[in-house]
Design a protein around this ligand. Structure first.
Ligand code: HGY
Ligand code: MN
Ligand code: MN
Length: 416
């Protein structure tokens, strides 16, 4: 190898590692179900740590289970250049969402090891706890606690649908670490991720340079109706919580269309009580996810939702609770990181374009602590949060190469 610029990752090794990790929680349709802090998450964490140990990395875990895998640099006083993502998945998740960012980071380190390249600054790979927010809210919990935006006790107290809390689950799987979250310097943070949307593939581009991430608000909405018998109760005197909830669910989607083309509105989780076929639902609790890349527009969407819910509550004479459970404003990444990613992609000869992220990522919290950038690669048909999620081997390799050279620009290879 003549110069550092010729350095390339081993895409085959990274691809195989992704397929290996995907076996932990693998689903019949080829996806992954590895919910945060379950036994499968524990096994996934142990698999990644095992791989990191084989690379000679030092491992540390903080009090919310974020786990850091560090390669020493020549100058230990320098803050580490970090990369990472999450390995918890959706119930019908894919092999690449999150997992790609963690394993691409380990591939970068293995490539440096293979070539005996030392860097001035340490390099660190992290996996964050409960990025998905599927089992426990808020979303991006571990990185949010690390950035001091989410309180540790608030996170510990979060419970899943069975009433199990984060603290007990961290203890149970052996990942309630010593380190105080955030007590951990960071020189710069890069996250590599599949785009999870169709833009790169439609435009036939290999690398997505991410200037920004959409803002998000999550709510739990509870409609209080009145249980009664499905047979004898006449239609005109019913207080059917589900029929009232349906109006709000349709409004969530309607608001997203009202604020097209970037508005997003989703109802993904619904719990009907008592959930019996011959009882008029007395209570319905459902999730609301609204997003927009512009902060004031996201606020307008929220105000429209609140106003509508108040109108329905008055019209139907029922109590409707709306509780915000996650929020982060739109965030822009750092110009210096964006430039380094752009330069690396062009020097490597990859086509590229800017893509605003519709999905939230741990990088949005790291952006508050250090220069931060994200690298996207296409995923098949833009599909993610679905077991058929897929990505091309050459794109997996390309994203990791851009990560390698972007990190080296900050960590600085030692000149021999
Ligand atoms: O919801 C999100 O955007 C991310 O997948 N947690
Ligand atoms: Mn993700
Ligand atoms: Mn996800």
């Amino acid at each position: 190898m003549n110069s550092i610029l010729d350095l390339r990752v081993r895409g085959d090794r990274l691809g195989n590692a992704l397929l290996d990790l995907a076996k932990i929680g693998g689903t019949p349709k080829g996806g992954v179900c590895r919910l945060a802090l379950t036994d499968l998450d524990q096994q996934g964490r142990q698999w990644v740590i095992e791989r990191a140990r084989r690379l000679g990395l030092d491992i540390s875990t903080d009090q919310i289970g974020n786990t850091f895998m560090r390669r020493l640099g020549k100058n230990p006083k320098l803050a580490p250049i970090m990369t990472g993502s999450h390995i918890d998945t959706q119930p019908t998740g894919g092999k690449y969402d999150g997992n790609y960012g963690v394993l691409a980071g380990l591939e970068v380190i293995e490539t440096l090891n293979d070539h005996g390249i030392e860097t001035e600054a340490p390099i660190e790979v992290v996996f964050w706890t409960n990025e998905e927010g599927s089992r426990f809210t808020p979303v991006m919990m571990g990185s949010g606690v690390f950035a001091g935006v989410i309180g540790l006790e608030q996170a510990y107290a979060a419970t899943d649908i069975d009433g199990k809390n984060v603290k007990d689950e961290l203890l149970r799987i052996g990942f309630l670490g010593e380190e105080k979250p955030g007590d951990h310097p960071c020189g710069a943070y890069f996250e590599t991720h599949i785009e999870q949307g169709p833009v790169l593939e439609n435009k036939d581009k290999v690398i997505g340079v991410v200037p920004a991430v959409m803002g998000l608000r999550w709510f739990d909405c509870t409609v209080h109706g009145f249980e009664a018998h499905a047979g004898p109760t006449p239609m005109d005197i019913r207080v059917d919580a589900l029929q009232i909830a349906l109006k709000i669910m349709q409004k969530v989607v309607g608001i997203a269309h009202e604020f097209a083309p970037h508005g997003r509105g989703t109802v993904g989780m619904v719990q009907v009580f008592p959930n019996s076929r011959n009882v008029i639902p007395g209570q319905v609790q459902f999730s609301i996810d609204i997003r927009h890349p512009d902060s004031s527009t996201l606020d307008q969407m929220t105000a429209t939702l609140n106003k509508y819910i108040q109108e329905v509550s008055k019209e139907k004479q029922v109590a409707i609770d709306l509780k915000e459970v996650s929020y982060f404003p739109p965030c822009n990444f750092d110009d210096q990181c964006i430039e380094v990613i752009r330069k690396s992609a062009s020097e490597l000869g990859y086509s590229q374009m800017d893509v605003v992220s519709g999905a939230g990522h741990d990088a949005i919290y790291m952006k508050r602590l250090a220069p931060t950038g994200m690298i996207f690669i296409p995923c098949k048909d833009g599909v993610s949060h679905n077991e058929i999620e897929d990505a091309k081997a050459e794109h997996i390799e390309a994203g990791a190469n851009v990560l390698l050279h972007s990190m080296l620009a900050f960590a600085k290879p030692v000149k021999n």
